[in-house]
Design a protein around this ligand. Structure first.
Ligand code: BDR
Ligand code: CA
Length: 311
């Protein structure tokens, strides 16, 4: 199995991404979860990450708390999408498993130094603050990263937090810029892909029909999470942004994209946090990311539902 660290700000869709990874031990070994401030403040994301591990029955997965604010800006949160706790919907018990003592950035650095080079994949599902901080503090770990597979950005679909920017990149554009410029191999799941991973009524029913605690909780999460997108965009259901990352690790063949140059806007007031993706290769800038554009949505939901059934 592929060794990964999930860097996350749960978030209902983060939760589903984590569950999918934990349900797939043949393909994925989760070395740890690192929480970051994003959808809600750090205290809540660190709590929610542990609640999700407990829901999966995997209390041995170490969970670390990381950066509580972006590199150089005040934190912007998304309670309007995810609710006050960040994980509104199911009624999950408070976590009893401990939060690790070490800081998430320390864990990232130590793990990448300890494991053989090229064997650890980073899976960021929130703002890139923890990853950028680790890279800045310990540049020696960058060439040791096998791959970064992240959810963030948008191209044809443009923004969900401003007209130009996707939330994860917008919240910490300086961190995103550092990561995109790091030279580590990257695969990016932008809104263009994740807005195709819609939990329609039938797909939500399929989760609930699993009849398990996990299946019912996931149905309740997507029930809550879809309200925003339905009301705001007339969408057919909740977009499962972050699970695209963990699904990619299991079934890369479900996704198609292009290896292109992607730069992050950090200065413009209007387009702050935009992922300027050279989809048509109109510049000579060096490709730095596999930027995904399409997804086999039914294949994705079949995979997700059968794997969740394992928990
Ligand atoms: C991203 O922002 C968060 O609200 C979601 O969890 C996802 O990671 C989508 O823009
Ligand atoms: Ca997220």
């Amino acid at each position: 199995p592929r060794k990964i660290i999930i860097d996350t700000d749960p978030g209902q869709d983060d939760a589903v991404a984590i569950l999918l990874a934990l349900a797939s031990p043949d393909e994925i070994e989760v070395l740890g979860l690192t929480a970051v401030a994003g959808n809600v403040p750090l205290e809540l994301t660190a709590r929610n990450a542990r609640m999700v591990c407990e829901l999966a029955g995997r209390t041995g997965v170490p969970v670390f708390a990381g950066c509580d604010r972006p590199l150089s800006r005040p934190l912007v949160t998304a309670e309007h999408v995810h609710g006050k706790t960040g994980l509104d919907g199911p009624d999950l018990p408070d976590p009893t498993m401990p939060l690790q003592q070490a800081h998430a950035v320390e864990f990232l650095i130590e793990t990448l130094r300890r494991e053989p080079a090229g064997t650890v994949t980073l899976c960021p599902l929130g703002p890139l603050t923890n990853i950028a901080t680790a890279f800045q503090r310990a540049p020696d770990i960058v060439p040791r990263v096998a791959e970064i597979v992240l959810m963030g950005g948008a191209y044809f679909e443009v923004g969900n937090i401003t007209p130009a920017a996707e939330f994860n990149i917008y919240v910490d554009p300086e961190a995103a810029q550092a990561v995109f410029a790091s030279g580590a191999p990257m695969t990016v799941m932008p809104l263009d892909v994740t807005h195709k991973a819609l939990v329609t009524g039938a797909r939500n029913e399929a989760f609930r029909a699993l009849g398990t605690r996990v299946g019912v909780a996931v149905a309740q999460m997507t029930d809550f999470f879809e309200r925003f997108d339905k009301e705001k965009y007339g969408s057919q259901g909740a977009p499962l942004h972050d699970p695209c990352v963990t699904a990619y690790l299991i079934r890369p063949d479900l996704f198609t994209g292009r290896h292109i140059n992607v730069e992050i806007e950090t200065r413009s007031e209007l387009t702050l946090g935009m992922t300027v993706a050279d989809w048509w290769r109109v510049t000579n800038r060096k490709p730095n990311a596999m930027f995904m554009g399409d997804l086999d949505a039914q294949g994705f939901f079949d995979l997700l539902t059968t794997r969740l059934a394992q928990l």
